[in-house]
Design a protein around this ligand. Structure first.
Ligand code: SF4
Ligand code: SF4
Length: 208
């Protein structure tokens, strides 16, 4: 009796799944007619297919078409720098936390030292990521205390030679304006937190 009931439940499940697939199949053609000439290869069509309202099944005609990635999409990390009078000022202090937390250990950092005192300077002399090994987990960006390393959206990095996949500091560096453009919500949240912290510091100084 129990076996019969479970067979029945499985049968109903299979039919429901097939029905869903069939509905998507039909919706594809209905949507094609409804949006004739606008569903593919138009900005409107791309925006529609990237939205939650899309109906039916569709193929992205890559590389002619690209569906925009969401803000939290992660590919290879990049190093954020500020531009002051044409000079790149990397936020990275070479603290090494990202290299420590990186699960496949694909980050290498060489610290700078003051040539006179031999003491470390909070600026990496060299910074490498082996992007073939990077598994895009985003832990480096999560743990960086200086918002100096962030996850990029650029996924078109195919090359013929593996030697190009070890990115150095120059190749990893991107301006803060780029970070703001690809991750506006994250950027704004961090800026608000920074401004708030500055205001609190100023208040503490006034009362000291
Ligand atoms: S990117 Fe961040 S965590 Fe990594 S060394 Fe630089 S400051 Fe430290
Ligand atoms: S994204 Fe993950 S694997 Fe890639 S460098 Fe950062 S911590 Fe390492």
């Amino acid at each position: 009796m129990t076996d019969q009931r479970s067979d029945y439940t499985i049968g109903v499940g299979v039919l429901k799944t097939l029905g869903l697939a069939f509905r998507h199949f039909i919706q594809t053609y209905l949507d094609d007619f409804r949006r004739w000439g606008k569903r593919y290869k138009t900005p409107e069509g791309i925006a529609y297919r990237a939205s939650k309202d899309v109906k039916g099944i569709f193929t992205v005609q890559y590389p002619e078409e690209k569906i925009p990635v969401p803000e939290e999409f992660r590919f290879i990390p990049f190093l954020v720098f500020e531009e002051k009078d044409g000079v790149k000022e990397y936020r990275c202090t070479s603290c090494g936390i990202c290299a420590k937390v990186c699960p496949p250990q694909c980050i290498w950092i060489v610290r700078s030292t003051d040539p006179n005192t031999g003491r470390p300077i909070p600026d990496p002399a060299e910074f490498y990521i082996d992007t073939d090994i990077c598994m895009n987990c985003g832990l480096c960006a999560e743990y960086c205390p200086f918002d100096a390393i962030k996850m990029d959206h650029d996924y078109e990095l195919a090359v013929y030679d593996r030697k190009y996949n070890v990115f150095d500091k120059e190749k990893l560096g991107k301006p803060v304006s780029y970070y703001e453009a690809i991750r506006p919500i994250n950027y704004q949240r961090e800026e608000n937190a920074r401004l708030e912290a500055e205001a609190q510091r100023a208040t503490r100084k006034t009362h000291a």
